[in-house]
Design a protein around this ligand. Structure first.
Ligand SMILES: Nc1ncnc2c1ncn2[C@@H]1O[C@H](COP(=O)(O)OP(=O)(O)O)[C@@H](O)[C@H]1O
Ligand SMILES: [Mg+2]
Length: 262
């Protein structure tokens, strides 16, 4: 197991956002974390990246206790463990060019990625091509792009330091239905080519079914169901999972443009 979350509880004052959460993610696999808005998904992502402290429990990555290591060790680990956020508009610095946005992590981690400025630009270009953009986009600014293109820029930035593990926090939820499938296909291709491990957070079971090997269902901060995607989604054991499934759009591909496209 690459990521092990063991009995994690997170409280904000008297409010319990995560309650005794235990999950593990196998190297090279894709775990879907599904639940409604407010169920604790992003809090778990923040705890994994040590952007929040834990109230109880432990999270290890490749055997390293994330909440016990030094700040310097954590900085090094952050290069291997990256996150892509839901809203690429909010998460990209509007005053920076695409080049500078994608080059920034390489500069932050320059001890691991020693490069001249022109080598860095070549690497940025390679990353842009990897996400389906090109040299004509290098010196443009976020506001000049569509939502889907901005998410591609966010993905390129997350890939800059050759991470092993990506947390994808609702990566297509802010996008038009017509471009969601393009981004999901891009993420799948990248996973195959780069051998990435994904924690894929979503409230959309159709997306999780398409992307994930395993699914965990979170409800009010508790994991209520966890197992292979086919089992959880086709034979749900918990009432909450059944309710989520019942709320899904019509799976008839003729009636659902999104499912038709993927
Ligand atoms: N820093 C915080 N302080 C207080 N409450 C928080 C904080 N962060 C998240 N919460 C609460 O924790 C719950 C889970 O939030 P979140 O993890 O963002 O849910 P999700 O990502 O599933 O929509 C929400 O009720 C939210 O208001
Ligand atoms: Mg969230």
């Amino acid at each position: 197991m690459t990521l092990e979350i063991t009995h994690v509880t997170k409280q904000f004052g008297s409010f319990t956002a995560l309650k005794d959460v235990s999950l593990s993610v196998r190297k090279g696999s894709s775990l879907g974390l599904v639940g409604e808005s407010g169920s604790g998904k992003s809090t778990l992502a923040r705890c994994i990246l040590r952007l929040d402290t834990l109230t109880a429990g432990q999270i290890t990555y490749a055997g390293t206790d994330i909440h016990a290591i030094s700040a310097a060790e954590m900085r090094a680990l952050r290069a291997r463990l990256q996150i892509v956020f839901q809203d690429p508009y909010a998460s990209l610095n509007q005053r920076m060019s695409v080049h500078d946005i994608i080059a920034e992590p390489l500069i932050i981690h320059k001890a691991r990625f020693p490069m001249t400025a022109s080598q860095r630009t070549a690497r940025v270009l390679e990353l842009l091509v990897q996400v389906g953009l090109g040299p004509e986009h290098l010196y443009r600014f976020p506001h000049e792009f569509s939502g889907g293109q901005r998410q591609r820029i966010g993905i390129a930035r997350a890939l800059a330091c050759e991470p092993e593990f990506l947390i994808l926090d609702e990566p297509t939820s802010a996008l038009d239905v017509s471009v969601q499938a393009d981004i999901l296909n891009l993420l799948q291709g990248l996973q195959d080519r780069l051998g990435l491990t994904y924690l894929f957070i979503s409230h959309d079971l159709a997306v999780v079914r398409y992307m994930c090997d395993e699914v965990a269902v979170i409800y009010h901060g508790e994991i209520v169901e966890h197992g292979p995607a086919s089992l959880v989604l086709d034979a749900p054991q918990h009432d909450y999972t059944r309710m989520l499934l019942a709320a899904m759009p019509d799976p008839d591909p003729d009636k659902s443009p999104f499912l038709h496209r993927i």
